[in-house]
Design a protein around this ligand. Structure first.
Ligand code: NAI
Ligand code: MG
Length: 503
């Protein structure tokens, strides 16, 4: 049972029901408990209290789920369904997400800690739109007709073409920072392309994904096509990545676990796509419109409490406006209202878990001990929850841990540069990651020149954290393999077959 403070939104009756009953997993169309009988606690990060019990799957449950997905792919109705029919089901998932929007937003806010206002305005509608964008691709998975010349068969005539076919059984492992949206990013394209899925939700945030599983059943996704399991990484995630009957594994999370996924996948050489960490540069040129840049640079790092792989966590500011921008961002941070996600006035909630809280406060300590100074924040927030104050670190050297490593919390480092030259570009690119970046300037030529030189999958100019189902997202270097969303994601979820016919 979950205690909610007076000012917080009243929980939907269905949300209460969810929290009062132990959560189950969806395997082969059935709501089941783990074979071992083990469960684990789900926490409200705003209060450090247990709000629900979830099933702790292990390799026995994974095996059951993979076999169900295999049967559904090899023999089930899903792959025989017309593209239009499949598209309509995927579209319907998007419709139902909006029908249950308040319930989903409350579960997300309670479980992850994010402000209810953000869950309502961003996570839920973005998830809905993702499914509806992907639904359209179900009827557009076209191949090409290709003219060929075969030197060793003179005079022969050919009809050659390509087909795009589903990869098969897809394992999908997702993190806790956008639990519903990350599920949508992976399930939408996998289903639109005709695959079947075993998805493992993050152990920190299983609730909205289980609600989504209910929604997918209601939308008419046949039994076994989507199997949603809950549990820990080593027990429930690793067996999916290693399973010989899984054809493809898609992972979002830490770079460290990304490497383990690659190792695990090598047994049957399953296809791998990875969306990993980032340490994204956000660059403010001397001519930037500071009225837009200051809140923009603040939101680039503080959105979702900095728990974004794309977070603009390394701020580079031209020396002529450095003091003004740093003071502006610090001031913005000072005015952010920290509180429980379910309070409608909250602008920043707690971090997701005690582990992340320890991690982020550990980075703050390491920054201080190496000589960085907090212009604002730099310490935990009030209360029992996992609150960390939004922080701007100055006096940062490029070799400090806080500058080099992904913090994944509301902590930005501010650095100065003097010329828009090779030196700045080198510093911006001097990271093992290459996920995102930002540029703030009123000079359109400089913006495009810089955009071309940054080694990252996303460049935002005079904006940040703009996501759309139609835009591909993914990383250069150690930020990942492949792209999610947009037309590009279809490459992750289809195989290309060449058919050659002698006429
Ligand atoms: P993680 O990479 O351990 O967890 C992400 C998912 O992978 C979870 O579902 C987890 O259960 C699963 N997992 C863990 N170990 C696994 C294994 N051996 N085999 C298969 N699946 C496994 O990330 P964690 O521990 O939650 O966060 C640590 C750091 O990772 C964060 O501080 C942040 O820097 C980064 N991270 C990046 C994310 C992104 O969006 N790129 C999301 C979450 C974390
Ligand atoms: Mg981990």
């Amino acid at each position: 049972m979950c205690a909610v403070a007076a000012r917080e939104v009243a929980l939907e009756p269905n949300v209460r029901k969810w929290l009062d009953n132990p959560c189950r997993m969806l395997i082969d169309g059935q709501w089941v408990t783990s074979e071992s009988g083990k469960t684990f606690d789900v926490f409200n990060p705003a209060t450090d209290t247990v709000i629900a019990q979830a099933q702790a799957a292990d390799k026995t449950d994974v095996n059951k789920a993979v076999k169900a997905a295999r049967r559904a792919f090899d023999d089930g109705p899903w792959t025989k369904m017309s593209p239009a029919e499949r598209g309509r089901i995927v579209w319907k998932i998007g419709d139902l997400i909006m029908e249950y929007q308040e319930e989903l937003a409350q579960l997300e806010s309670l479980d992850n800690g994010k402000p209810i206002s953000i869950a309502r305005a961003a996570d839920v509608p973005l998830a809905s739109e993702l499914f509806q964008y992907m639904a359209g691709w179900a009827t557009k998975l076209n191949g090409d007709q290709i003219g060929i010349t075969v030197p060793y068969a003179p005079g022969a005539e050919w009809h050659a073409y390509t087909r795009r076919e589903p990869v098969g059984v897809c394992g999908q492992i997702i993190p806790w920072n956008f639990p519903l949206l990350m599920a949508a990013w992976k399930l939408g394209p996998a289903l639109a392309c005709g695959n079947t899925v075993v998805m493992k939700l993050a152990e920190e945030t299983p609730l909205s994904g289980l609600k989504l599983a209910e929604i997918m059943q209601e939308a008419g996704v046949p039994d076994g096509v989507v199997n949603i399991i809950t549990g820990f990484g080593e027990e429930a995630g690793a067996p999916i990545a290693a399973h010989p009957m899984v054809d493809k594994i898609a992972f979002t999370g830490s770079t460290e676990v990304g490497r383990l996924i690659v190792d695990a996948a090598k047994g049957n050489l399953k296809k791998v796509s990875l969306e990993l960490g980032g340490k994204s540069p956000n660059i403010v040129l001397a001519d930037a419109d500071l009225e837009k840049t200051i809140p923009g640079a603040a939101n680039a790092i503080f959105f979702n409490h900095g728990q974004c792989c794309a977070a603009g966590s390394r701020l580079f500011v031209h020396e002529s406006v450095y003091d003004q921008v740093v003071e502006g961002v610090a001031d913005f941070a000072r005015n952010i209202k920290l509180g429980p996600g379910l309070d409608p006035e909250t602008q920043m909630g707690p971090l997701v878990s005690r582990t992340q809280f320890d991690r982020v406060t550990g980075f703050l300590e390491s920054g201080k001990s190496q000589g960085a100074r907090a212009a604002v924040g730099g310490e935990r927030g009030d209360g029992d929850g996992y609150f960390v104050k939004p922080t701007v670190l100055v006096d940062v050297k490029d070799d400090m841990e806080v500058y080099q490593e992904e913090i994944f919390g509301p902590v930005v480092t501010a650095s100065k540069f003097s010329d828009l030259d090779e030196e700045l570009i080198k510093r911006a690119n001097d990271t093992v990651f290459g996920l995102a970046s930002g540029i703030w300037t009123q000079d359109i030529g400089k913006a495009h020149r810089l955009a071309a030189k940054i080694r990252a999958g996303t460049v935002w100019v005079n904006c940040y954290n703009i996501f759309d189902a139609a835009l591909p997202f993914g990383g250069y270097k150690q930020s990942g393999w492949g792209r999610e969303m947009g037309e590009q994601v279809l490459n992750n979820y289809t195989e290309c077959k060449a058919v050659t016919v002698s006429l």
